[in-house]
Design a protein around this ligand. Structure first.
Ligand code: GDP
Ligand code: MG
Length: 685
């Protein structure tokens, strides 16, 4: 291919949801109706197309994002299947950074759930236009209107229905076309369209009125028509709704049931009509290496910009998932990027691949808007901005999350030591939410991750995929440290020169102030120093080195060497000593200055506190509440839905280890719970 594809016909979308809402089931339908797969793989049979890792099939959940291409009506959908399980949130966040729009799936019985809120916050952070699919409308207790109102209440989202589900009739009403669409054939692949009968239309009329009002808000001509009770053209309505969706003012909702093959095709049409093509997205902001900001338009003119968003081992080799923003990429090209420690790195891609689920096909060139897999990069990793070596830029870095659970691991036999280190290294490389720590005193190795399930899956993978026999301890909670009062420090870093080794003298001075922040506020690092000598300036490389030094110091506190939390660090002054103030010197000076200040600031331990939602049958409520009390849970609210009760509470993670098993036995397997990390806090009770 020597010509770029028609950008206006591409949709990069993600599908996100609370676990079990039906994301994988919906994705399988999309692949089937678009002709990518010839058979629908069901999650419960362990045959879903997107869940291609053995562990995923076993657990019936989606862990690794995979890119799949699906053609629909002259367009190409690039679907990035993002995992919904709380333990793997980092993957969702990374994927969102490279999407142009998303579909959020809700369970029609349960409406908005805790993980929906997390996904929603991430959507909001990247300003991603979104459509909602209200799934499982075939289930008893499903309520379309209530699901929409949960979106308004819990997300503050302007929810506007485009299709209204009619599960008993295997159909939906289309509110823009005023038709009833029936899904026939063995798997709903035949869509029969007919004008909506009047009696039925009267039932859904109010949804249509809402839709008109919402669309009219962004289109004056349409507003006049609506006020004058004129019937607008279908195309006018689509255009206005699209504008409102791209602005993030309105969230169009489609109803149906993925499992029963209802309502998926109108959603696909909605993606083409309402979600942006890559060129419709606002430009991304990038920092220039030499200082200053630059707008990066997707597909625009100028030197290469691409974002690495995921590293994956494939057939034993390191591969990097990358989205191209500007210019194009070819095999053999030299790429430059600023690594997290501020160094400028140059590497070559050896090969480019087009990715489709578990399959990769070599390609000659990658165009803007495309998501491709690069081979040959040795150190480029998640969050790196890959550039033309003559024009270094830095797109906003993707935050990685702090792991909250740890587990001691060691090879079952000491002869496996070398293999252990090699294999763990590979797994760590792929998964930035995983860390390996060695206790300097006991020599014990701790694997830290996002949750019990996360670590369990990592261990299984080490044993199955790499044939590594392991001994592991019990999961334990990862702690943090914080400070109790403000402090300041001034540190001059000037290690003695070693002339016989020709090590030149290095020197730098850094002044810092630190202060406690409210619980849950996290870390804040400000680098706006007064610089000596007067008139000197910091390069981006030097600033990055200073920040790196500060961040490094914050990885281990004075009490137990745990990472710090809820601390503000302000780097207030820097003294430069010409060529002796290398990035290494600056980074070391910043790090020592912060350590010195920490010693004076008084310290306290913090424990992870989780926001927990427990859903139990009313008959088990007493037992479950009693048990929660013994775990020092703070019950925030409870709500009854039919014969089950939803409890919202806060519990320290220390008291939640093994809760899955305990809840199951308290409720004869009928209770469910989900949790998301809330904050680090001091432990009460
Ligand atoms: P994910 O965790 O969001 O990927 O959800 P899955 O697609 O794995 O679905 C979770 C469970 O819900 C599976 O047992 C599905 O068969 C079931 N499911 C998915 N969609 C529907 C639906 O529309 N109706 C009903 N009744 N069940 C569904
Ligand atoms: Mg899934």
């Amino acid at each position: 291919m020597t010509k770029p594809p028609d950008f206006s016909h591409i949709r990069n979308i993600g599908i996100a949801a609370h676990v079990d809402a039906g994301k994988t089931t919906l994705t399988e339908r999309i692949l089937f109706y678009t002709g990518v797969s010839h058979k629908i793989g069901e999650v419960h049979d362990g045959a879903a197309h997107m869940d291609y890792l053995a562990e995923e099939q076993e657990h019936g959940i989606t862990i690794t994002s995979a890119v799949t291409k699906a053609p629909w009506r002259d367009h190409l959908l690039q679907v990035v299947d993002t995992p919904g399980h709380v333990d793997f949130t980092i993957e969702v966040e990374r994927s969102m950074r490279v999407l142009d729009g998303c579909i959020i799936v809700l369970d029609g019985v349960r409406g908005v759930e805790p993980q929906t809120e997390t996904v929603w916050r991430q959507r909001t952070r990247f300003n991603l236009p979104a459509l909602f699919f209200i799934n499982k409308m075939d289930r008893p207790g499903a309520d379309f209107a209530r699901a929409l109102s949960s979106m308004r209440k819990r997300l503050g989202a302007e929810a506007v229905a485009v299709t209204v589900p009619l599960p008993e009739q295997q159909a939906v009403v289309h509110l823009i076309d005023k038709t009833i669409l029936q899904f026939r054939g063995e798997q709903g692949e035949v869509v029969a369209s007919a004008p909506c009968p009047e009696s039925l239309w009267n039932e859904v009329r109010s949804y249509r009125e809402n839709l008109l009002l919402a669309a009219a808000e962004v289109d004056e001509a349409l507003a006049e028509q609506v006020l004058g009770e004129e019937e607008p053209e279908t195309d006018t309505l689509w255009r206005a709704l699209r504008r409102a969706t791209l602005n993030g003012r309105v969230f169009p909702c489609f109803g149906g049931s993925a499992l029963r093959n209802q309502g998926v095709q109108p959603l696909l049409d909605g993606i083409l009509r309402l979600l942006p093509a890559p060129l419709d997205r606002p430009p991304a902001m990038a920092q220039r290496a030499g200082g200053g900001l630059e707008e990066v338009h997707i597909g625009g003119d100028g030197p290469l910009v691409a974002l690495a968003f995921k590293v994956q081992m494939w057939e034993g080799r390191r591969h990097v998932f990358t989205r191209v923003y500007r210019s194009s990429l070819r095999p053999g090209q030299t790429l430059a990027f600023l690594a997290a420690d501020g160094r400028e790195v140059r590497e070559h891609t050896t090969r480019l691949f087009d990715v489709d689920a578990g399959k990769k096909t070599p390609m000659d060139i990658a165009w803007p808007g495309q998501i491709v897999l690069l081979a040959g990069l040795r150190s480029a990793t998640t969050g790196d901005t890959l550039c033309d070596p003559k024009h270094l830029l830095l797109l906003e870095r993707i935050e990685t999350r702090q792991p909250v659970i740890s587990l001691a691991v060691e090879p079952a036999s000491s002869s496996d030591e070398e293999k252990f280190l090699e294999v763990i290294g590979k797994v760590l490389e792929e998964d930035p939410t995983l860390q390996l720590h060695e206790d300097p005193e006991t020599g014990q190795r701790l694997l830290r991750g996002m949750g019990e399930l996360h670590l369990q899956i990592v261990l299984e993978r080490l044993q199955r995929e790499f044939n590594l026999r392991l001994r592991s301890g019990k999961p334990a909670v990862a702690l943090r440290e914080t400070i109790l009062r403000p402090a300041a420090a001034d540190f001059l870093f000037h290690p003695p020169a070693v002339p016989e080794h020709k090590v030149p003298a290095i020197r730098a001075r850094v002044l810092v102030q630190i202060a406690p922040r409210p619980r849950g506020a996290g870390l804040e690092v400000g680098i706006k120093p007064v610089i000596k000598p007067e008139g000197a300036k910091l390069s981006l490389e030097q600033t990055t080195a200073l920040e790196q030094g500060v961040r490094f110091a914050l990885t281990s506190g004075p009490l137990e060497g745990a990472p710090l939390e809820d601390v503000a660090v302000e780097l207030t002054g820097v003294e430069l000593f010409g060529a002796a103030s290398t990035p290494n010197a600056l980074s070391a000076a910043a790090s020592r200055a912060v350590h010195k200040a920490l010693e004076d600031a008084g310290a306290a331990m913090l424990h992870p506190v989780m926001k927990v939602e427990v859903v139990v049958p009313e008959t088990n409520l007493g037992a479950v509440l009693g048990d929660l009390q013994s775990r020092h849970a703070l019950i925030r609210s409870s709500e009854t839905w039919g014969d089950s009760v939803t409890l919202d509470c806060e519990v320290a993670l220390d008291h939640l280890l093994g809760y899955t098993t305990d809840l199951r036995s308290l409720t004869q397997g009928r209770g469910q719970f989900s949790m998301i990390f809330s904050r680090f806090d001091t432990l009460s009770g």
